[in-house]
Design a protein around this ligand. Structure first.
Ligand code: NAD
Ligand code: UD1
Length: 340
């Protein structure tokens, strides 16, 4: 019998890619999302790429306990993949209460409802943001954690909630996945990242420069202690990340009582200039840029040691930086205005 997986935040960027992989692997998916940062059109695109008769959608806020309970009572849920959260770092600094409220309260309500219905398997979306300014690279899961902004703290706090819950009740199975920098899009170009307004993150910004929506890219800092002076990150293809979630579910199914934290990154760092050059190769255009001062809170180098995930999940990333850029460009050029 196929398992029933509840995916919160499933119409968002990473959730939509993960749902396609889940459906194609034979899972039944129950997606809940309040569409605060995603569009309903995503569901039609998912239907073009996977067996959509196995997908149910509920538009709801996970803070709405009654609505969420109804979903659990109508569906025999086996496990939860929890993506729903706000994720813009800058906005979290300006509106900390909004971020703590949504990311913490929403997640607590989810756990309480799960407990009520005796669903005790969860895969949680954490972030490399929990490493703050890392002492060294590559970053291992046992490095000290700290956050430099409310978004990062909201992830850190919820990681602690999960640890405490598992300590109190060892029948919970918990996998916390710390993502590095998800980029790229499904190879069809039908789904991809569709940020509201001006993008905050590098790849969507470069894509919008390439498609003519933004004039040039501001590169934040050119005097970092890196080979070309620009900052280094671990960009990971969103489909590699999505597949990591399927393997995480397999792991939870095979290892009762787990509590595990894993980095999902490629283990390779690329500078901003390297990303620009790869994108130029992908789209066949020049990406104009200017150097401006560093963005506050940015670190020089952040890339994962993914050995644990490689070993425990038998997970390996497949996609190169060039492929990430090709797929981002394919999505952006076919959908210059996103899903609109
Ligand atoms: P996203 O904004 O595209 O998707 C999140 C989805 O959750 C959206 O569809 C939004 O409408 C929904 N949502 C938010 N609050 C909700 C609520 N209270 N109830 C119901 N739905 C709600 O973001 P994403 O990039 O797909 O990120 C998914 C998860 O991964 C988030 O938890 C994010 O913090 C985490 N993460 C993302 C990145 C990244 O760079 N994209 C990196 C590290 C971690
Ligand atoms: C961002 C989040 C981080 C989250 C991570 C996961 C911020 C401050 N941090 O990290 O919490 O865990 O995403 O995806 O948002 N850059 C430019 N010009 C731009 C945009 C970015 O030069 O217009 C540079 C940045 O300085 C950085 C790199 O590109 O060096 C990547 O930036 P971005 O895509 O925003 O990701 P992070 O800052 O790594």
């Amino acid at each position: 019998m196929s398992q029933n997986i509840l995916v919160t935040g499933g119409t968002g960027y990473i959730g939509s890619h993960t749902i396609i992989e889940l459906l194609n692997a034979g899972y039944n998916v129950i997606c809940v999302d309040n569409l605060s940062n995603s569009k309903i059109e995503v569901l039609d695109r998912i239907a073009q790429l996977s067996p959509s008769e196995k997908l149910k959608f509920y538009q709801l806020d996970i803070q709405d306990r009654a609505a969420l309970s109804q979903v659990f009572s109508e569906n025999n849920i086996d496990a939860v993949i929890h993506f729903a959260a706000f994720k813009a770092v800058g906005e979290s600094v300006l509106h900390p209460l909004k971020y703590y409220h949504n990311n913490i309260i929403g997640s607590l309500v989810l756990l309480e409802v799960m407990q009520k219905y005796q669903v005790k398997k969860i895969v949680f979306s954490s972030s490399a943001a929990v490493y703050g300014e890392p002492a060294a690279t590559p970053i291992r899961e046992d490095f000290p954690t700290f956050a430099t902004n409310p978004y990062g703290f909201s992830k850190l706090v919820f990681e602690q909630v999960l640890d405490d819950l598992r300590k109190a009740d060892d029948t919970w199975c918990i996998l916390k996945l710390r993502y590095f920098n998800p980029v790229g899009a499904h190879s069809s170009g039908l789904i991809g990242e569709d940020p509201n307004g001006i993008p905050n993150n590098l790849m969507p910004y470069i894509s919008q420069v390439a498609v003519g929506k933004c004039k040039y890219l501001n590169i934040f800092g050119n005097d970092y202690p890196t080979p070309d002076g620009t900052a280094i990150r671990d960009y990971i293809h969103v489909v590699d990340l999505a597949i990591g979630h399927l393997l995480a579910l397999d792991y939870l199914n095979k290892h009762a009582k787990s509590l595990l934290t894993l980095n999902l990154g490629t283990g390779m760092g690329h500078s901003v200039l390297e990303v620009i050059h790869a994108f130029e190769e992908a789209c066949g255009k020049k990406i104009p840029y200017k150097f401006v001062s560093k963005r506050s809170g940015d670190v020089a180098k952040c890339y994962a040691d993914p050995t644990l995930a490689n070993q425990l999940l038998s997970w390996k990333t497949q996609f190169s930086l060039l492929q990430m850029c090709c797929d981002s460009w394919n999505w952006q050029s076919k959908n210059p205005n996103g899903y609109a």
